[in-house]
Ligand binder design. Structure first.
Ligand code: F6P
Length: 319
Protein backbone atom coordinates (compact mmCIF):
# COMPACT_ATOMS: atom_id res chain seq x y z
CA UNK A 1 0.00 0.00 0.00
CA UNK A 2 1.37 3.35 -1.06
CA UNK A 3 1.55 5.92 1.76
CA UNK A 4 3.99 8.56 0.58
CA UNK A 5 4.12 10.07 -2.91
CA UNK A 6 6.69 12.52 -4.29
CA UNK A 7 6.44 14.75 -7.34
CA UNK A 8 9.21 16.28 -9.44
CA UNK A 9 9.53 18.34 -12.61
CA UNK A 10 12.42 17.56 -14.91
CA UNK A 11 13.93 18.65 -18.26
CA UNK A 12 12.95 21.98 -19.82
CA UNK A 13 10.35 23.84 -17.77
CA UNK A 14 6.93 24.39 -19.34
CA UNK A 15 4.04 26.71 -18.47
CA UNK A 16 1.41 24.69 -16.65
CA UNK A 17 3.87 22.54 -14.69
CA UNK A 18 2.86 24.43 -11.53
CA UNK A 19 -0.83 23.78 -12.13
CA UNK A 20 0.07 20.12 -12.46
CA UNK A 21 2.16 20.02 -9.27
CA UNK A 22 -0.77 21.67 -7.48
CA UNK A 23 -3.19 19.05 -8.78
CA UNK A 24 -0.89 16.15 -7.85
CA UNK A 25 -0.28 17.45 -4.33
CA UNK A 26 -3.87 18.36 -3.55
CA UNK A 27 -5.36 15.17 -5.06
CA UNK A 28 -2.85 13.16 -3.03
CA UNK A 29 -3.66 14.96 0.21
CA UNK A 30 -7.41 14.59 -0.36
CA UNK A 31 -6.90 10.83 -0.69
CA UNK A 32 -4.89 10.64 2.52
CA UNK A 33 -1.37 10.28 1.06
CA UNK A 34 1.62 12.10 2.51
CA UNK A 35 2.93 14.32 -0.28
CA UNK A 36 6.52 15.39 -1.02
CA UNK A 37 8.11 17.69 -3.58
CA UNK A 38 11.56 16.97 -5.01
CA UNK A 39 13.37 20.16 -5.98
CA UNK A 40 15.33 20.48 -9.24
CA UNK A 41 14.38 17.19 -10.86
CA UNK A 42 16.55 14.09 -10.62
CA UNK A 43 19.50 16.22 -9.52
CA UNK A 44 17.54 17.29 -6.45
CA UNK A 45 16.63 13.67 -5.78
CA UNK A 46 20.31 12.72 -5.66
CA UNK A 47 21.02 15.70 -3.41
CA UNK A 48 18.15 14.64 -1.12
CA UNK A 49 16.46 17.97 -1.77
CA UNK A 50 13.01 16.76 -0.74
CA UNK A 51 10.34 18.76 1.09
CA UNK A 52 7.02 17.79 2.60
CA UNK A 53 4.10 19.49 0.84
CA UNK A 54 0.76 20.61 2.23
CA UNK A 55 -2.20 22.42 0.64
CA UNK A 56 -0.53 25.78 1.16
CA UNK A 57 2.74 24.72 -0.47
CA UNK A 58 0.88 24.86 -3.78
CA UNK A 59 -1.31 27.91 -3.16
CA UNK A 60 -1.19 30.77 -5.69
CA UNK A 61 0.79 28.84 -8.28
CA UNK A 62 -1.87 27.73 -10.78
CA UNK A 63 -1.27 30.88 -12.83
CA UNK A 64 2.52 30.94 -12.60
CA UNK A 65 4.89 29.98 -15.42
CA UNK A 66 8.05 27.92 -14.87
CA UNK A 67 8.08 25.39 -12.06
CA UNK A 68 8.18 26.26 -8.36
CA UNK A 69 9.88 22.92 -7.73
CA UNK A 70 12.75 23.85 -10.04
CA UNK A 71 14.05 21.58 -12.77
CA UNK A 72 17.30 20.29 -14.24
CA UNK A 73 18.70 18.10 -16.98
CA UNK A 74 20.77 15.21 -15.62
CA UNK A 75 22.21 12.94 -18.34
CA UNK A 76 24.04 10.94 -15.60
CA UNK A 77 20.68 9.57 -14.48
CA UNK A 78 21.04 6.98 -17.29
CA UNK A 79 23.64 5.26 -15.13
CA UNK A 80 22.23 2.39 -13.02
CA UNK A 81 24.41 3.23 -10.00
CA UNK A 82 23.05 6.78 -10.03
CA UNK A 83 19.49 5.42 -10.30
CA UNK A 84 20.11 3.09 -7.34
CA UNK A 85 21.28 6.06 -5.27
CA UNK A 86 17.99 7.81 -6.16
CA UNK A 87 16.00 4.79 -4.97
CA UNK A 88 18.01 4.64 -1.73
CA UNK A 89 17.12 8.27 -0.99
CA UNK A 90 13.43 7.73 -1.77
CA UNK A 91 13.38 4.65 0.47
CA UNK A 92 15.12 6.55 3.27
CA UNK A 93 12.11 8.90 3.29
CA UNK A 94 9.68 5.97 2.98
CA UNK A 95 8.51 7.33 -0.40
CA UNK A 96 6.93 4.52 -2.42
CA UNK A 97 5.72 6.40 -5.48
CA UNK A 98 6.94 9.15 -7.75
CA UNK A 99 5.07 11.35 -10.23
CA UNK A 100 7.41 12.89 -12.82
CA UNK A 101 6.36 15.79 -15.04
CA UNK A 102 8.53 16.27 -18.11
CA UNK A 103 9.50 14.91 -21.51
CA UNK A 104 10.95 11.63 -22.74
CA UNK A 105 14.14 12.00 -20.65
CA UNK A 106 11.97 12.23 -17.55
CA UNK A 107 10.02 9.15 -18.66
CA UNK A 108 13.23 7.14 -19.10
CA UNK A 109 14.27 8.04 -15.56
CA UNK A 110 10.87 6.96 -14.24
CA UNK A 111 11.02 3.65 -16.13
CA UNK A 112 14.42 2.96 -14.57
CA UNK A 113 13.13 3.75 -11.07
CA UNK A 114 10.15 1.42 -11.65
CA UNK A 115 12.50 -1.42 -12.49
CA UNK A 116 14.14 -0.77 -9.11
CA UNK A 117 10.84 -1.03 -7.23
CA UNK A 118 9.40 2.50 -7.13
CA UNK A 119 5.82 3.08 -8.36
CA UNK A 120 5.94 5.73 -11.05
CA UNK A 121 3.62 7.77 -13.24
CA UNK A 122 4.84 10.11 -16.00
CA UNK A 123 2.98 13.26 -17.05
CA UNK A 124 3.84 14.94 -20.36
CA UNK A 125 5.19 18.42 -19.64
CA UNK A 126 7.21 20.12 -22.37
CA UNK A 127 6.56 22.92 -24.83
CA UNK A 128 7.77 20.65 -27.66
CA UNK A 129 4.62 18.47 -27.90
CA UNK A 130 6.88 15.56 -28.76
CA UNK A 131 5.34 12.84 -26.58
CA UNK A 132 3.55 10.41 -28.88
CA UNK A 133 1.24 9.02 -26.20
CA UNK A 134 -0.59 12.34 -25.77
CA UNK A 135 -2.19 14.66 -28.33
CA UNK A 136 -0.89 17.59 -26.28
CA UNK A 137 1.81 18.14 -23.69
CA UNK A 138 1.52 20.67 -20.86
CA UNK A 139 3.08 23.95 -22.03
CA UNK A 140 2.65 23.51 -25.77
CA UNK A 141 -0.46 25.69 -26.03
CA UNK A 142 1.05 28.56 -24.02
CA UNK A 143 4.30 28.48 -26.01
CA UNK A 144 2.31 28.42 -29.25
CA UNK A 145 0.33 31.49 -28.18
CA UNK A 146 3.56 33.28 -27.24
CA UNK A 147 4.97 32.55 -30.69
CA UNK A 148 1.79 33.77 -32.36
CA UNK A 149 1.93 37.00 -30.41
CA UNK A 150 5.58 37.56 -31.36
CA UNK A 151 4.99 36.79 -35.04
CA UNK A 152 1.96 39.12 -35.18
CA UNK A 153 4.22 41.89 -33.89
CA UNK A 154 6.93 41.01 -36.37
CA UNK A 155 4.45 41.08 -39.22
CA UNK A 156 3.73 44.76 -38.51
CA UNK A 157 7.32 45.81 -38.86
CA UNK A 158 8.16 43.31 -41.59
CA UNK A 159 5.35 44.55 -43.83
CA UNK A 160 6.09 48.22 -43.08
CA UNK A 161 9.68 47.70 -44.23
CA UNK A 162 8.81 45.27 -47.06
CA UNK A 163 11.08 42.65 -45.55
CA UNK A 164 11.23 38.92 -45.22
CA UNK A 165 11.32 37.79 -41.57
CA UNK A 166 12.62 34.37 -40.66
CA UNK A 167 11.44 33.24 -37.22
CA UNK A 168 13.12 30.29 -35.57
CA UNK A 169 11.00 28.52 -32.96
CA UNK A 170 11.79 25.75 -30.46
CA UNK A 171 10.55 22.17 -30.58
CA UNK A 172 13.76 20.17 -30.33
CA UNK A 173 13.25 17.64 -33.17
CA UNK A 174 9.47 18.08 -33.28
CA UNK A 175 7.90 20.43 -35.81
CA UNK A 176 4.57 21.01 -34.03
CA UNK A 177 5.33 24.48 -32.65
CA UNK A 178 6.42 25.66 -36.12
CA UNK A 179 3.57 23.93 -37.94
CA UNK A 180 0.78 25.16 -35.67
CA UNK A 181 2.29 28.65 -35.47
CA UNK A 182 2.61 28.80 -39.27
CA UNK A 183 -1.05 28.03 -39.67
CA UNK A 184 -2.13 30.38 -36.88
CA UNK A 185 -0.03 33.28 -38.18
CA UNK A 186 -0.70 32.87 -41.89
CA UNK A 187 3.03 32.48 -42.55
CA UNK A 188 4.17 32.51 -46.17
CA UNK A 189 6.30 29.44 -45.53
CA UNK A 190 6.75 26.87 -42.77
CA UNK A 191 9.83 24.69 -42.48
CA UNK A 192 10.00 22.00 -39.81
CA UNK A 193 12.44 19.29 -38.88
CA UNK A 194 10.10 16.78 -40.53
CA UNK A 195 9.63 18.54 -43.89
CA UNK A 196 12.30 18.50 -46.55
CA UNK A 197 14.43 21.62 -46.59
CA UNK A 198 16.79 23.14 -49.13
CA UNK A 199 18.02 26.71 -49.22
CA UNK A 200 17.48 26.70 -53.00
CA UNK A 201 13.77 25.92 -52.68
CA UNK A 202 13.32 28.74 -50.13
CA UNK A 203 15.10 31.18 -52.42
CA UNK A 204 13.09 30.01 -55.48
CA UNK A 205 9.87 30.40 -53.50
CA UNK A 206 10.74 33.93 -52.43
CA UNK A 207 11.74 34.91 -55.98
CA UNK A 208 8.32 33.74 -57.17
CA UNK A 209 6.63 35.66 -54.35
CA UNK A 210 8.43 38.81 -55.48
CA UNK A 211 7.36 38.20 -59.09
CA UNK A 212 3.77 37.90 -57.87
CA UNK A 213 4.14 41.36 -56.31
CA UNK A 214 4.44 40.27 -52.67
CA UNK A 215 6.81 42.57 -50.88
CA UNK A 216 7.01 40.98 -47.46
CA UNK A 217 7.06 37.44 -46.11
CA UNK A 218 7.12 35.52 -42.85
CA UNK A 219 8.96 32.21 -42.73
CA UNK A 220 8.58 30.10 -39.58
CA UNK A 221 11.27 27.49 -39.15
CA UNK A 222 11.93 24.87 -36.46
CA UNK A 223 15.18 25.05 -34.53
CA UNK A 224 18.02 22.69 -35.53
CA UNK A 225 17.14 22.83 -39.25
CA UNK A 226 19.74 25.37 -40.39
CA UNK A 227 21.58 28.53 -39.34
CA UNK A 228 18.84 31.12 -39.79
CA UNK A 229 21.28 34.05 -39.89
CA UNK A 230 23.14 32.42 -42.78
CA UNK A 231 19.82 31.70 -44.51
CA UNK A 232 18.79 35.35 -44.15
CA UNK A 233 22.11 36.46 -45.59
CA UNK A 234 21.78 34.12 -48.56
CA UNK A 235 18.21 35.26 -49.27
CA UNK A 236 19.34 38.90 -49.31
CA UNK A 237 22.29 38.08 -51.55
CA UNK A 238 20.50 35.77 -54.00
CA UNK A 239 17.10 37.41 -54.36
CA UNK A 240 17.63 40.94 -53.14
CA UNK A 241 14.90 40.57 -50.53
CA UNK A 242 15.82 42.48 -47.40
CA UNK A 243 15.67 39.78 -44.70
CA UNK A 244 15.99 39.58 -40.93
CA UNK A 245 16.25 36.45 -38.80
CA UNK A 246 14.86 36.20 -35.27
CA UNK A 247 15.44 33.37 -32.82
CA UNK A 248 12.64 33.48 -30.26
CA UNK A 249 14.58 31.24 -27.86
CA UNK A 250 13.70 30.76 -24.21
CA UNK A 251 11.12 33.52 -24.26
CA UNK A 252 8.84 30.78 -25.64
CA UNK A 253 9.14 28.76 -22.44
CA UNK A 254 8.08 31.49 -20.01
CA UNK A 255 4.85 33.24 -19.18
CA UNK A 256 1.49 32.66 -17.59
CA UNK A 257 0.05 29.31 -18.64
CA UNK A 258 -2.97 29.44 -20.95
CA UNK A 259 -6.34 28.20 -19.71
CA UNK A 260 -5.92 25.14 -21.93
CA UNK A 261 -2.61 24.23 -20.28
CA UNK A 262 -3.97 24.80 -16.77
CA UNK A 263 -6.95 22.55 -17.45
CA UNK A 264 -4.82 19.86 -19.07
CA UNK A 265 -2.29 20.03 -16.22
CA UNK A 266 -4.99 19.81 -13.56
CA UNK A 267 -6.71 16.85 -15.23
CA UNK A 268 -3.45 14.95 -15.66
CA UNK A 269 -2.19 15.71 -12.15
CA UNK A 270 -5.43 14.50 -10.64
CA UNK A 271 -5.46 11.37 -12.82
CA UNK A 272 -1.90 10.42 -11.83
CA UNK A 273 -2.98 10.07 -8.19
CA UNK A 274 -6.15 8.16 -9.06
CA UNK A 275 -4.01 5.67 -10.96
CA UNK A 276 -1.44 5.25 -8.20
CA UNK A 277 -4.28 4.61 -5.77
CA UNK A 278 -5.58 1.89 -8.10
CA UNK A 279 -2.15 0.26 -8.09
CA UNK A 280 -1.10 1.36 -11.59
CA UNK A 281 2.63 1.99 -12.00
CA UNK A 282 5.41 2.36 -14.58
CA UNK A 283 2.90 4.18 -16.73
CA UNK A 284 2.53 7.53 -18.40
CA UNK A 285 -0.66 9.41 -19.00
CA UNK A 286 -1.95 11.84 -21.60
CA UNK A 287 -5.00 12.91 -23.55
CA UNK A 288 -6.09 11.45 -26.86
CA UNK A 289 -9.27 12.88 -28.41
CA UNK A 290 -9.82 14.76 -25.14
CA UNK A 291 -9.95 11.51 -23.12
CA UNK A 292 -7.44 10.67 -20.41
CA UNK A 293 -5.21 7.77 -21.42
CA UNK A 294 -2.65 5.57 -19.73
CA UNK A 295 0.14 3.52 -21.35
CA UNK A 296 3.15 1.69 -20.07
CA UNK A 297 6.18 3.99 -20.25
CA UNK A 298 8.03 1.40 -22.33
CA UNK A 299 5.23 1.31 -24.94
CA UNK A 300 4.84 5.08 -24.97
CA UNK A 301 8.54 5.61 -25.66
CA UNK A 302 8.28 3.33 -28.71
CA UNK A 303 5.14 4.95 -30.20
CA UNK A 304 5.63 6.76 -33.50
CA UNK A 305 4.73 10.42 -33.27
CA UNK A 306 2.08 11.70 -35.66
CA UNK A 307 3.69 14.18 -38.01
CA UNK A 308 2.63 17.81 -38.32
CA UNK A 309 3.01 17.61 -42.10
CA UNK A 310 -0.73 18.12 -42.62
CA UNK A 311 -0.54 21.50 -40.85
CA UNK A 312 2.50 22.52 -42.88
CA UNK A 313 0.74 21.53 -46.10
CA UNK A 314 -2.39 23.55 -45.29
CA UNK A 315 -0.33 26.50 -44.12
CA UNK A 316 1.80 26.50 -47.29
CA UNK A 317 -1.30 26.18 -49.50
CA UNK A 318 -3.05 29.07 -47.79
CA UNK A 319 -0.15 31.54 -48.06
O1 F6P B 1 12.59 20.63 -24.50
C1 F6P B 1 12.25 21.96 -24.41
C2 F6P B 1 13.28 22.82 -25.11
O2 F6P B 1 12.90 24.17 -24.91
C3 F6P B 1 13.50 22.53 -26.58
O3 F6P B 1 12.52 23.11 -27.39
C4 F6P B 1 14.87 23.11 -26.79
O4 F6P B 1 15.52 22.48 -27.86
C5 F6P B 1 15.56 22.82 -25.48
O5 F6P B 1 14.54 22.63 -24.51
C6 F6P B 1 16.49 23.89 -24.99
O6 F6P B 1 17.11 23.42 -23.84
P1 F6P B 1 17.90 24.32 -22.79
O7 F6P B 1 16.93 25.16 -22.05
O8 F6P B 1 18.56 23.31 -21.93
O9 F6P B 1 18.84 25.16 -23.59
Amino acid sequence: MIKKIAVLTSGGDAPGMNACVRAVVRSGLVRGFEMYGIRNGYRGLLEDNIVKMNRHSVSEIINRGGTVLGTARLPEFKNIEVQKKGVEILKKHGIDALVGIGGDGTYMGLAALSRLGINTIGIPGTIDNDIASSDFTIGFDTALNTIVECVDRLRDTSSSHQRCSIVEVMGNRCGDLAAYAGLACGAEMVITSETKFSKESVIDFLKKQREKGKNHAIIIISEKVCDVYELAHEIMYKCGFETRAEILGHMQRGGTPSAFDRVLASRLGHYSIELLQQGVSSSCIGIIDNKLTCNSIADALKMPRSSSEEFVKISNELE
